[in-house]
Design a protein around this ligand. Sequence first.
Ligand code: SAH
Length: 661
Amino acid sequence: MSKPDSDLPNDSMTTPEGSSLTMTRLQPAEGGNGGGDATNHHGLQHQDSLGSAGSPQSWSPDANPDLAPALFQAGWRKFWSKREKRPYYFNKNTNESLWEMPPLDSGPDLLSDPLGINMSPSDIRLSRASTDTPVVMSAKRRASGELMGSPPKRPMFNYSPFWNFDLPSNVIMYERSPRKILPPHPDVEMLRAQLLSKLRQTYQELCQTREGIDAPVESFNRWLLERQVINKGEDWLLPSDCNPVISQSMYREVMNDIPFKLVKARYIQDIRKQLLSYAQAARKMIECRNTSSASRKNVKWNVEETFTWLRSRHSASYEDYLERLAHLKRQCQPHLTEAAKSSVEGICTKMFTLSCDSARKVREKHLEILKESNIEEPDAPPELTTKRKVMCYPIQTMVPCPRLPVIQHQTDQETTQLTYGTEVLKINTSHLHKLEQLYRIFTRDDPKFDNFLARVFCLLRRYKTYFGIKNSEGISLQGALPIQVFECLHRVFGVTFECFASPLNCFFKQYCSAFPDTDCYFGSRGPILDFHPISGSFEANPPFSEELMEAMVDHFESLLSETLEPLSFIVFIPEWRDPPTEALIRLESSRFKKKQVVMPAYEHEYRHGFQHLCSKQDMNVKSSHGTLVVFLQNEAGFARWGPTSERIQELLLSCRPKDSV
Ligand code: SAH
């Protein structure tokens, strides 16, 4: 079903559309459910735009005699397109518009609740979509007549406390060509997950066998983030084309735990134990590594001295032990680093080589699946020759989507399970609604939602793979600002866009994310470092990867220096000063910095990194570190959204945990 012109942009400041017939999905207008920029069309504008065939009376059933009562009741109205000189249909409840008469359906309203996930469990039955492509709804089946005459159920998400997709974007960018991105497929995603999980396991084994340590917690995830900054390969998750091959972040983190991982000790006996263990591990390591005799002598001497000190100081304080440990580490670490250098570099190289192999296997499988559907990989699109300013819009892809397999889905009140083969993925039902809403706004190649579940499956599988195997992994890399902070940022500083997000944790419907292939159906504008806005007000809460945060600051600075139009970035990063991260240093000394404020540890919160899985009670978590908020703005951005003291006060108030307000 095509969309009527009323929903598409018609002036030079809107998004491009229809420029290529090969495009499989177009998302220019965001004219869907209650959103879009000022040029988009909402109910009122449809009323205004009524031509000869239309009049305000169109809102009464009598004025729509050829509309079935059920369609009328579902919010559908018939209008006349002056431009196309033909009628079209507009749904005032969902803002959906269609050229053709909407299908009459006795089941759940496909357009507003294609999966029937707003139905009570006893209502769940085979959806109408399942007759076209078999999207099987679980639970019992009901005779179609049973629902006849009952009004279609409306989604509950006209207002959700967790996100607000009614807020239109103020972000302007240059028009972008569609991308040659391979459309996700559950089989490919499962293979990617399997290979990445193998990679994690190999990393642990390499750290154990070669260095006698556990792989540092989250260092694999930070390796992925660091590699993403420089990866030119075609897989969005598995690094495969990076220069240099040896990752600085992986090298640094492994080396930091050699010969023994030191942790923050609470009690005196713990810190004493750590000093002893470090000394023993240093001695053991230096004895079996190929290193200079001077290094060996130096380490051994310091270790012996520590043992002597330990024997003689029975009444040493916590601070004495801490100081002694720092001293020992200072003395030994350069020699130990030298001794372990080639071995740790070997781990980094091996990990990268294995990742390249995995990326190749995934790609081969992907192309094979596409080939089965007679889909050839198209040539890269030609570069756009003219620069056209447009409202920002999601990544457009140009590779057609193959037929996607059936995904089972079962909703049990707050949680929904998606099943494909042996794989079961969970999501909070509220977040499934959220994805449904984003999909409706942004996806044009699937009006019946035939591919919705398979695409949600791929998305969930991707993020689960990204987070890691162990439950707590990935949490700290996905924590989001609380809702009231986003609301304040929008109200006070005109923010409408998140620079770092996922479809699962975004608050606005405009956002950048790591995975354009899985996320574009849900509105992603792609990775932030590939995104070049000219104007707009942004929030940035990056995952805590030093390299990514550093690249982010450089990126923002170059964007700010390239435009005279209002541009503003409000950046939230951890206040790590011991030692300060490069990103923090660069932010604080940036020529675009207009203001910085600190939110002290435990006096503000983040939303749970797995908000799509955790319960409502666990949603907000007090931050154990301070957060530095830095305003980077050009002059026009400062004039429009400048951090005046009243605005800053309002922001700080919104950041205070609810229980302390
Ligand atoms: N959107 C929330 C949560 C941010 S958590 C907020 O702004 O508060 C950081 C998010 O950045 C994660 O969801 C992570 O997947 C995403 N991310 C990682 N790399 C990215 C990249 N290169 N571009 C954009 N987002 C990225």
